[in-house]
Design a protein around this ligand. Structure first.
Ligand code: PLP
Length: 381
């Protein structure tokens, strides 16, 4: 069988063997609900609270209880956007986000609108950048939340969250950032970014799918979305997933410890891929290439090509890449991110995402660069 090359790490990274080992002890035969008062429960509680403290330390949080364990990036984003806006509804019913956020934030914003809020989605420029002046203009006396992502999942473009948070805080508005793609790829410390809430997801960094966390600064009011028991200090009901929490924390520690060397290596690979493609294929452009970007993400436009057709051709040739967002029928919707950047429809339709990770080698990247000219020519034909 042809060798398969995985270049879709932004969709999900494989579970790291060291993370699996960290989860193993609690996946065995021992029972243990961290809320139980008996010895088994107390043992589970100790492990959970240790994990919480380790994650809090990695994020630069002041208190371990600022970490809420959740089921992933989607839940963290939903809890942040809906939880803060609904808790602060007595102070106003306006929230601000951007047009290029992940659907987990956009859909939560749409739910807020249904609940009577107004949501302003800030525009970005042709490189996917967001001007803090736009944020300043959008803030109103009744604004209760600003939610802006740290790194875009499709283009890798980084927002200057520190500058944006400073603008929001000058008006007294709390700030959430979705750091699902940036954590473990670039430094992510809550105090450096100046944010009040921050979302993380385990499976983007070699942790288990279904793990995640929301950082909530002490003093920020949050209305729980999952109702029931008083777990996670009444911010997230439901028996805690201890294995997921241990896996998330192990993956996060590895990602932070290894990010610097890995970021440099992946940047070299990404730049090599982009330079070769631009030399070998007429008309290739890098979407967001003029903005500060994550080291491992390349969003490439091949004008005259339908991305869906190219992805199928790549898959048949053994390369796993992605584009836009797959709708429930499996078909591709045009990317809302590239559309919001104001790119021409033909360029939006012909763009794919290549995302690299720990396992990516120079040989794999070169194999993609060598395969693409013929595949693109065939799709154009
Ligand atoms: N936010 C961003 C920027 C993402 O890229 C993703 C996943 O692709 C999510 C949120 C959702 O995370 P999860 O898959 O853990 O629900």
């Amino acid at each position: 069988m042809r060798r398969r090359i995985y270049l879709d790490y932004n969709a999900g990274a494989p579970l790291d063997g060291r993370v699996r080992a960290a989860m193993d002890p609690v996946l065995g035969e021992k029972p243990g609900n961290p809320s139980s008062v008996h010895a088994f429960g107390r043992e589970a509680r100790v492990l959970l609270e240790e994990a919480r403290a380790r994650l809090a330390a990695l994020l630069g949080a002041v208190d371990k209880d600022e970490v809420v364990f959740v089921s992933g990036g989607t839940e963290a984003d939903n809890l942040a956007v809906l939880g803060v806006a609904l808790a602060r509804a007595d102070q106003g019913r306006h929230a601000i986000t951007s047009a290029v956020e992940h659907p987990a934030v956009l859909a939560a914003s749409a739910a807020l609108e249904k609940a009577g809020f107004t949501v302003t989605a800030l525009r970005v420029d042709g490189e996917g950048r967001l001007d803090p002046v736009e944020l300043r203009r959008a803030i109103r006396p009744d604004t209760v939340l600003v939610s802006l992502m740290h790194a875009n999942n499709e283009t890798g473009v980084l927002f200057d969250v520190r500058a944006l948070a400073a603008v929001a805080h000058a008006a007294g508005v709390p700030v959430h950032t979705d750091a699902v793609q940036s954590f473990g790829k670039v430094p992510v410390r809550v105090r450096d970014l100046g944010v009040d809430l921050l979302s993380l997801s385990g499976h983007k960094i070699g942790g288990p799918a279904g793990s995640g966390a929301l950082y909530v600064r002490t003093g920020v009011r949050l209305a729980a979305r999952l109702l029931g028991g008083s777990q996670e200090r009444e911010r997230r009901a439901g028996t805690e997933n201890l294995a997921a929490a241990l896996g998330l924390v192990a993956a996060a520690e590895l990602a932070v410890r290894e990010w610097e060397a890995e970021a440099g290596r992946l940047c070299v690979l990404r730049d090599r891929l982009e330079a070769r493609l631009q030399e070998w294929i007429p008309g290739v452009a890098v979407n967001g290439g003029g903005a500060p970007r994550l080291p491992q993400t390349s969003n490439l436009a091949f004008p005259g090509v339908e991305a869906e057709e190219l992805l199928v051709a790549l898959d048949l040739a053994g390369f796993a890449c992605s584009a836009g967002a797959a709708c429930s029928a499996g078909a591709l919707e045009p990317s809302h991110v590239l559309q919001a950047m104001g790119l021409p429809p033909e360029r939006v339709r012909g763009s794919i995402r290549v995302s690299l990770g720990r396992g990516t080698t120079v040989g794999e990247v070169d194999a993609l660069a060598e395969a693409l000219p013929a595949l693109v020519a065939r799709c154009r034909g």
